[in-house]
Design a protein. Sequence first.
Length: 479
Amino acid sequence: MSEIPHIKLSDLTQQIQQVISNSFGTNLYWIVAEISGHKFYPNQDRHYFEFVEKNESSSQPIAKVKGVSWSRGSQRIKIFENETGQVFGNDLQVLVKVKVEFHSAFGFSLVLQDIDPSFTLGNLEKQRRETLERLLREDADVIQKVGDEYVTRNKKIVFNRVIQNIAVIGSPNSEGYIDFSHTIKSNKFNYTFSTDIYQSSVQGASAEKELVNKLLAIYDSGKKYDCVVIIRGGGAKTDFLVFDNYHLARAVARFPIPIITGIGHHKDVSIVDLLANTSTKTPTKAAEFIVSHNRTFEDEIIVLQKTVIINSQQLLGDSLQKINATNIIIINKSRIFISSFKDQLTHINQIVINKTKTILYNRQTNLIALLNQLLSRPKIITANRQSELGNLLDNIRGYSTKYLTNQKGYLGHYVSIIKLMSPGNILKKGFAIISKGGTILTNAEALKAGDELTISMEKYDVITEVKSKTKTDGAKFDL
């Protein structure tokens, strides 16, 4: 067994407990710290957590102590939650009254005795004010403050006259989405909407990043949404802290599609509410706003329709009166016109009758004269034609005799030529006719050695055989 002097762990912890008890006793201390690792056991009405102090520049812990709240402290926490609307939990910075304790088995801890609601409210309001100031300073191109109102790029976007395609950011299983979906689908005007849900957390450490990513996903989808609706149900005030964060508020202010918020908090307005195009208190109110927007357009169309009908009726009435008045004027003018031209027509009619009679009389006289000429001229014409035919007959007889004599001379000449060109006379002159197989040849191109030929002369036919053939230029017998 080792001879090194030592004591038991319990002895040491008792000494530590004694030192702490002597040093701190029943003294109570107000401290500012952030809550971390929070767990609540409602059956025992106890809270277990850690008090953490972080470096302001690096956010790294510089102090951390176990914290606990027994029944008295838990009652103060309930009062704190009722007064602030905040749930006591992680990442909440608080001003608390604590008692220092050390237990041999459970170690060092700070027991929560009381909590100051005003500090937490003031701290949250300070953070909110700093976020708004940062937005105005770093995003002045899209966010300006005019009076008490924040004017953003998103607020300047005008809604389409009719909202139909809606992108919804939220949780599809939440009561807020169910309320929104029911209201939008069961509207009493039977308007039809197309909604796409982009699921996202709306509270917790990752909520801000998820919400910003969903806005980017909507933008990158390429779909032509008429608006974006960010919804969530009710809850404690701390559940809405994500909507006061800088990056989400900045994304909402810059977003190119109008955003409607319905994040379910009746008392307070978040920074996102301030910068979005339209802010409503609840998801149901957001749905009612969309339905009302479309109803306003329909009312305008109905009013316009009634105005068009009334104006059309007035226009038709005025036009009908003008048409009737014009009709009466036309009838009266026509009667006056017809009356004024009646005498002229009568005079013209008489002139036409007289002219017609004169023309008919002249044409009758011309026809009688022509008839007389036709009756006398045929006899004269016939006599003249008989004389001409007699002369022509004599001429034909004279010419016929002379023509026949000439033609007889021509025929004798042609007979002489034909006799000279006959085959018999040609053979007498020493020419011969060459044939092959009974066919007279006029060209030697097809002949070849060995062919049998018949040479017809004046009194004999000579049978011969081709030994060879020689091509000539054909000029041998030219005259």
